[in-house]
Design a protein around this ligand. Sequence first.
Ligand code: MTE
Ligand code: CO
Length: 428
Amino acid sequence: MSKVNKRNTQTRRSFLRGAALSSAGAVVAVSSTAKEQSEALITEAQSWAQELADGVDVTPYGLPIEHEGDVIRRNVPWLTADAVSSVNFTPIHALDGTITPQGCAFERHHSGAIDLKKEDYRLMINGLVDKPMIFTYFDLERFPRENHVYFCECAANTGMEWAGAQLNGAQFTHGMIHNMEYTGVPLRTILNEVGLIAAGDLKDKWVFVEGADASSNGRSIPMEKALDDVFVAFKANGEALRKEHGYPVRLVVPGWEGNMWVKWLRRIEVTDGPVESREETSKYTDTLSDGRSRKWTWAMDAKSVVTNPSPQMPIKHGSGSLLISGLAWSGHGAIKRVDVSLDGGKNWRIASLSKPGEKMAVSRFYFHTDWDGEEMLLQSRAIDETGYVQPTKTQLRAVRGLNSIYHNNCIQTWHVGKNGSVENVEVS
Ligand code: MTE
Ligand code: CO
């Protein structure tokens, strides 16, 4: 087994304690009383089959059943300085399939989530255009519409793991991602309306996009991308965007870092160069070992994580049949293949994708195995349609050093103990 670096926190379970627990934890056989009770669940009429149940849901908007009350966004208290400049994490460990329900999709705000009515919504397009225009929400609804599924990953996702394994849960290490079906209008359609496309040479032009919140979160996007697949969205997963995701209108920038997905979109200025705003200079750049910073690192490189088993999802059923599951995505296109390793990256086997990978959208992978009940170092490795292979942590550090926060797409390792408990570790 490779050398394992354990998480350096007070809460970590020591290797010895994990091993001591394992003999008890691995018991599979059920006691005879438990077996009788379990059979009664099928042979005896249960209370829920003997009386009339509640009628239709009287609450105006349904919530998940209370038994699923654990599938919620969570934050990391020491990471969240205050409520308005905050972040919470998607419970990716507890979800399946590929679509993230809005109600538990991570949020990241720089100045809180604003309450903006459709009636008060305005989108201004100005700068190097033939006719600067202001659109209402209802104007936007009159353009031809499209639907697309895309992931949105904050550039800071996994950022806390650069120096060592730290947060114990896929929700916390990889939960700054969501994957939704958006309904809206391609930005190129709107830019065409203001006379931009007719205006001639767009090669060196940019758009500067801003939100209506106090932070405004301004970002520059090269025109080539703006006219390619950038999308002005007003619905997610079939319903209106939630307030926290930018109601009533947000920008969708497929495959590119979440910070560019401007919420409460209020202004798009066509410029002849990047604005070099605060969000794209002091933030979202990565400082290398020699002190230089990487610039314009917009596309999120291919990445994956095993979501189950993971620290919040220990193996409870003992050895034998085990379904390993996880997520993979790439900002450079579709996921082509995902490999899974049970021994810290020495041997790799191909996982199955639940459906063929889609461009800039999350893929779900499954790997079915027969677990011998021994310790495992679980890893997954994504390969996208460009042939790019997700790097190990050692490979990434060799190129990027240790100063970065953003754009950490390295292979994640989970240590699985004999008792099925799972812990965030590093292998070297
Ligand atoms: N847009 C505005 N107007 N204000 C913001 O604070 N946060 C950005 C981006 N768009 C932000 C914003 C960041 S850093 C990310 S990662 C995504 O929105 C998060 O989107 P979400 O909150 O819908 O998950
Ligand atoms: Co972000």
